[in-house]
Design a protein around this ligand. Structure first.
Ligand code: PHE
Length: 490
């Protein structure tokens, strides 16, 4: 399908935020939208988090459930979020207010947009710090600092890095500056260019790394681990965490995809775009798994090494392989690129909202937002060194016993918990409920413009399946599932 791209997008209005609704800039083509949304979806979640939670949950069965969740929650909610964004054509707060008015519902739906703006802001504050770690690894890799190191040596490189606040602050600053530079230049000027070049490059790098993984001689072992489900290894928590991850990895529930949808030309098929984005996001996660597990097995490392899997163990592998310096450097460059395109979308809802609310330019909004995110990021930086001992534990005591929601959580753990476990699921739930139950059916039918069979399927998924599953993820995050399981003795 082709959009009459240039005629629509030839009305750039970057300098004039007041006029957003009438002359809002649009993506120059459907492909650019797909690239940008894929850039948002593919990030640390795919390359860093997916492999380690797969490793923690025993491989194949977890991957299968994750894939089912992408199809049954991810794609319908993504369609709903893009649809709301395109119909509203504003920042998430204004969009939700406008749509609620259009369908005769309360303006408090604007709160959904608000929560997204705040979630994106909070996530970016720690995302930037972790992406900073990946950046810090590029010069270390390139200079061959990991060559010949043993596990203790690699571990100490990581520990030295995270225990030094000045160094972490420096990388966090550089990464955030890169992000805000692109954001400040606006959709046409910055984002499109960034994603048009970055996404294809990302795929090329992944393919090069897969070729290397094949060369390790442990590729089939890696594939078996990823794709041969062993249901005895999966726990209820594993199922819930697969669902939660499906959600996070597609950037759903906080308005990022809604804002991107607001730049989407009206004729573009939302269903096709959503399926393409979910497909590519999943492909990148699976490719990352196919790269990491053969390397893990070839070097007798533990798949269940946890969040340190990439930072603590991959350099060990890279340090002992032919061309390890080259491949290791490429790998961390790739990770930073992926994180970069995600971080742009994390702050975009806050930027569009700020421009509208304070009537200031995109550049000014970006500078102000950047300063706040930078300051907030210090909480995460210090969580790994100066304030690592400052933790909170949150429990609920009932007559059935104590239920621990957060245990020894640092500021970073808390931010991650609050955003991934509470704010995103809640936002996704609200999007599904709004799109499925409250929005007039004629509107969603008109926006989605799919066959009536497909519309019925979408409607069923978004009204029943997705909300129910999200409620379970949410309840799990609140410790309610553990509570119920204990009462019921299962
Ligand atoms: N989806 C991104 C990742 O996998 C993270 C993200 C979440 C980006 C929410 C935007 C919004 O890393």
């Amino acid at each position: 399908m082709s959009d009459s791209a240039s005629s629509i997008s030839d009305t750039p209005n970057n300098q004039n935020p007041q006029n957003q609704s009438s002359g809002r800039e649009l993506w120059s083509s459907r492909m650019v939208f797909i690239l940008a949304a894929t850039g948002s979806a593919v990030g640390l979640g795919n390359i860093w988090k997916f492999p380690y939670i797969t490793g923690e949950n025993g491989g194949g069965a977890f991957v299968l459930i994750y894939l089912l969740c992408i199809a049954s929650i991810g794609i319908p909610i993504m369609m709903a979020e893009i649809m709301l964004g395109r119909r509203g054509r504003h920042d998430p707060v204004t969009t939700m207010k406008k749509l609620a008015r259009e369908s005769g519902h309360s303006r408090s739906w604007g709160l959904l947009g608000w929560m997204g703006v705040i979630a994106g802001f909070l996530i970016l504050s720690y995302y930037s710090v972790i992406a900073g770690w990946a950046m810090a690894y590029i010069p270390r890799m390139a200079s061959g600092a990991f060559q010949g190191l043993d596990a203790a040596g690699v571990n100490s490189v990581f520990t030295t890095l995270v225990s030094n606040p000045e160094v972490l602050i420096a990388w966090h600053s550089i990464f955030l500056f890169m992000t805000m530079m692109v954001v400040a230049r606006g959709v046409r000027g910055g984002l499109e260019k960034a994603v048009t070049y970055l996404m294809p490059l990302l795929f090329v790098l992944l393919i090069i790394l897969i070729l290397y993984a094949i060369d390790t001689g442990h590729f089939s072992q890696g594939l078996t681990y990823l794709f041969n489900p062993d249901f005895s290894k999966i726990t209820t928590d594993g199922v819930l965490s697969a669902m939660g991850h499906a959600f996070f990895t597609l950037s759903l529930g906080m308005g990022a995809i809604m804002v991107y949808g607001s730049y989407l030309p009206s004729k573009t098929s939302i269903a096709q775009a959503s399926i393409s984005v979910a497909f590519m996001d999943t492909l990148v996660a699976l490719m990352a798994g196919m790269i990491i597990f053969p390397i893990v097995f070839a070097n007798s490392l533990e798949p269940s090494a946890g969040p340190g899997l990439i930072f603590k163990t991959l350099p060990l592998a890279f340090g002992h392989m032919d061309y390890g310096t080259l491949f290791g450097t490429l790998f961390f460059i790739l990770l930073v690129f992926a994180a970069w395109t995600s971080s742009i979308s994390l702050i975009e809802p806050a930027i569009t909202w700020g421009m509208k609310t304070f009537q200031i330019s995109r550049t000014k909004t970006s500078i102000i937002a950047g300063i706040f995110v930078w300051l907030m990021g210090l909480l995460t930086v210090f969580s790994f060194n100066l304030t690592s001992e400052v933790t909170i534990t949150s429990t609920i005591s009932t007559k059935y016993g104590e239920f621990v929601i957060l245990k020894d959580a640092t500021a970073f753990d808390f931010l991650d918990y609050l955003t991934s476990n509470i704010m995103l699921p809640l936002g996704g739930l609200m999007i599904a409920v709004y799109a499925g139950w409250l929005m007039k059916r004629e509107y969603s039918r008109e926006e989605l413009n799919i066959s009536s069979g497909l519309y019925t399927l979408w409607s069923f998924l978004v009204r029943f399946v997705a909300p129910l599953m999200v409620v379970i993820v949410f309840l799990n995050a609140m410790g309610v599932v553990a509570f119920v399981r204990t009462i019921m003795g299962v």
